[in-house]
Design a protein around this ligand. Structure first.
Ligand SMILES: Cc1ncc(C[n+]2csc(CCOP(=O)(O)OP(=O)(O)O)c2C)c(N)n1
Ligand SMILES: [Mg+2]
Length: 736
């Protein structure tokens, strides 16, 4: 049941909550420890500020004013047991969990031994694998859906403990899984960040699934210079979220350590008991401006800043300890001196630390353990015995083979879950049980029957929210699961773009290989649909091939789709798996099922047709069109085109291109996406750069016009590259 403390105005301490001599269960020793941590946190900020002014570090953002909340969280949650998605003001939390000042300072100087990122991330982007603090980034709020996925991961492993076992031959070999049946996932954010849509998506799913996620909004009244009433309707986030079911809510004075501790203790107990998520709205202060790049005197008058200063949690804790006779002034001074001495040693050590060398920059963009381009993934399709009556087994469509591949992989690997919009057979599973319905299984039916076969906790519908799908997948994959999620149409991938660009591809690199999230995102892509129009025909693959850290696959036929999807699932890297809608049920490229172990290495092109006069490099739905054109050209003019289907766009098979172009001396790059700035530009540039002396003619591109795909088929045909366009380009180049 949801509860709520009496709301009180920000900044007004409630002395009654501090109450009595029990200090809400905190012993005197624990209170002294609390002060030590809070003071260390504040003085570490001060040290970093000094170092920044001396140009010995390059950025500083403080946790000042937020120490009491962090402390309360750190004292009520368990490191290496619970999971943490903290934000940059959570220095005191990380110290309370067991991170050291040296760990933090090594990050500030960008040391080689910076345990959080190896010199790759700004300071205060927390990452402590041993404590279950998951690598954090800079985009505000992108941690929230990942935290939700993390909590789902814990719940999944608790229900499927056998899935946690290691297994050779795929990503599982390199992924330790740990979970606790009553673990809690902490996620924090500022007041401004509650304006991000992903915050609401995260709250929605945590509420709906009753997940043990503890949301902590640290409300310092400002997001850089923008005050809370501009961010939040009515100026108070607690009032807005109060309608979410299943939550335990608290609104607290987050500058009061003991009151904060009490509120956290209540909320953590609620989450741990499996009652649902918690939401703590803590009113805090921000005495040091937003960061060292900001001067709040430009937008906050002195009187307002002074009012904040009266609520400083460090001073309040000091006064409290003295008033309660727990420490006297002398012992406080001694404690502080000890902290200062320890910090001095840490600063000296950090300043002497070795710096990373430039030759390390490309490390850990991808998994160093499992290479999906390796020959270990090169297999032959299982020979299909003819049916008993001697008839040949009918070849299957790409849609069929993707469905069978998913089914076989789910059987093999219990860590796989599938979710997305409409991917389940039916969310109201009693309809399935009572056999009242057949089930849907995706708008293109690619996941049909999987929920029926594997149950509703392995195949389920997501809300209609693409960031929700990808963000949660990242959180799950970080925990060791293998989410194979679906984005219904490429045209609608954009709400997930922050997760796909700034998160999924970066988790490994930015954490210096201490975290990874090898999820698979399947996306229906492309046009040639007759009536698909602007919003059901888009390509745009080069936007993702432009992003280091994510593999991009684009098969043109059923066999490749099966083999490459299996490699994608077993792989240790995140994969964007692009499935062309027009090819799902095409006659072209059908094949018998190649068996449950058929894999194709990434980055190996397929020579669709060998030739000597001209090379066409393409992929996806342009492959059958280019083949048709090439065959016609050979019939009519005897020109022999070598047709290369790249199949994988990142990595791509440069060797196949170079070998072919060196032989034919002529190249066309053909693709369905808009011409300019597209995937072909990179290939063309590389051919011009590295094969210049082998060329007898300019490198040509054939692609869509630089416009979106229109609805009327006459317009669609004119916009997308057709076999006839390819034929003309081939003829033209052959004659050049
Ligand atoms: C998506 C995104 N937009 C903008 C920024 C730049 N930025 C960094 S922190 C910040 C303000 C955050 O305010 P709030 O959530 O209240 O947290 P606080 O810093 O006050 O603790 C902004 C706008 C960012 N990092 N990410
Ligand atoms: Mg704020």
């Amino acid at each position: 049941m949801a509860t709520k403390t009496d709301p009180k105005p920000a900044g007004v301490a409630d002395e009654k909550i501090i109450g009595g001599k029990t200090y809400e269960g905190l012993s005197r020793e624990r209170l002294i420890e609390a002060y030590r941590i809070m003071y260390t946190s504040r003085r570490l900020d001060d040290r970093e500020i000094l170092l920044k002014r001396q140009q010995k570090i390059f950025f500083q953002i403080s946790g000042a004013g937020h120490e009491a909340v962090g402390l309360a969280a750190g004292f009520t949650l368990k490191p290496a047991y619970d999971w943490f998605y903290p934000y940059y003001r959570d220095r005191a939390l990380c110290l309370a969990l067991g991170a050291t000042p040296l760990d933090m300072l090594l990050m500030a100087v960008g040391a080689a031994d910076d345990p959080q990122s190896g010199g790759r991330q700004m300071p205060s982007h927390w990452s402590f694998p041993k404590l279950n603090v998951v690598t954090q980034s800079s985009p505000t709020g992108s941690q929230i859906l990942q935290a939700v996925g993390c909590a789902e991961g814990g719940r999944y492993f608790a229900a499927h403990p056998a899935a946690a076992k290691k297994s050779d031959g795929d990503y599982r070999q390199f992924k330790d899984v740990k979970f606790q049946s009553d673990e809690v996932t902490y996620v924090s954010l500022g007041d401004g960040t509650t304006s991000e849509g992903e915050f609401w998506e995260g709250m929605n799913t945590a509420s709906n699934r009753k997940l043990p996620v503890l949301f902590v909004v640290q409300d310092n009244g400002y997001a850089i210079s923008v005050p809370v009433e501009v961010q939040t309707a009515g100026g108070n986030i607690s009032r807005l979220v109060a309608g979410f079911p299943n939550f335990h809510f608290e609104e607290i004075d987050g500058t009061d350590p003991v009151a904060s501790y009490a509120a956290f203790a209540r909320t953590v107990a609620y989450c741990r008991a499996g009652e649902g998520p918690g939401f703590i709205h803590a009113h805090v202060i921000r005495p040091y401006s937003h960061s060292l790049s900001d001067d709040e005197r430009l937008y906050r008058p002195e009187a307002e800043r002074q009012l904040d200063a009266t609520r400083d949690p460090i001073t309040r804790m000091q006064m409290f300890l003295i008033r309660e006779g727990i420490l006297d002034e002398k012992s406080i001074n001694a404690l502080e001196k000890q902290v200062e001495d320890e910090l001095q040693i840490a600063v000296d050590q950090a300043l002497e630390a070795a710096l990373p060398t430039p030759d390390t920059v490309m490390r850990y963009v991808y998994s160093p353990d499992l290479d999906p381009t390796s020959s270990a993934f090169a297999t032959e399709p299982a020979s299909v015995a003819p049916a008993a009556d001697g008839k040949k087994i009918a070849p299957k469509t790409m849609a069929d083979l993707i469905n069978v591949t998913l089914r076989d992989e789910m059987r093999r690997d219990e860590r796989i879950v599938i979710f997305g919009e409409d991917v389940a057979d039916a969310s109201r599973e009693q309809y399935l049980e009572e056999k009242l319905i057949k089930g849907k299984g995706g708008v293109f039916k690619l996941t049909f029957g999987l929920q029926n076969d594997f149950g509703s906790d392995r195949v389920f519908n997501s809300p209609l929210a693409e960031a929700n799908i990808v963000g949660r997948a990242i959180g799950m994959a970080t925990r060791g699961m293998k989410p194979v999620v679906e984005i219904q149409f490429f045209d609608y991938i954009w709400p997930a773009m922050m997760q796909l660009r700034d998160e999924m591809p970066l988790i490994r690199w930015r954490s210096n290989n201490t975290f990874s999230c090898p999820a698979v995102v399947r996306v229906a892509i492309g046009g040639y649909l007759t009536g698909g129009a602007i919003y059901h025909s888009q390509c745009g693959e080069s936007i993702f091939t432009h992003t280091p850290g994510i593999r991009v696959i684009f098969p043109s036929n059923a066999l490749d789709a099966a083999g490459l999807l299996r490699t994608a699932i077993r792989c240790d890297d995140p994969v964007l798996f692009l499935e062309h809608k027009r090819l799902y049920r095409e006659t072209f490229g059908r094949a018998p099922y190649p068996g449950p172990d058929y894999t194709i290495p990434f980055g190996k092109a397929k020579i669709v047709q060998a030739g000597t006069d001209l090379t066409v490099i393409t992929y996806g739905a342009v492959v059958p069109r280019a083949l048709q054109a090439a065959q016609k050209l050979e019939r009519e003019q005897g020109v022999k085109v070598e047709l290369i289907d790249l199949r994988c766009l990142n990595p791509f098979d440069w060797d196949a291109i170079a070998t072919s172009v060196s032989k034919t001396n002529r190249a066309i790059v053909a693709y369905e996406d808009t011409l300019s700035w597209g995937y072909g530009a990179e290939i063309a540039a590389r051919i011009a750069d590295e094969l210049f002396d082998r060329l007898d003619a300019p490198v040509r591109r054939v692609a869509a016009k630089d416009v979106f795909v229109a609805y009327q088929p006459i317009l669609e045909d004119a916009i997308l590259p057709q076999a006839e366009d390819l034929l003309q380009a081939m003829k033209n180049l052959a004659e050049w």
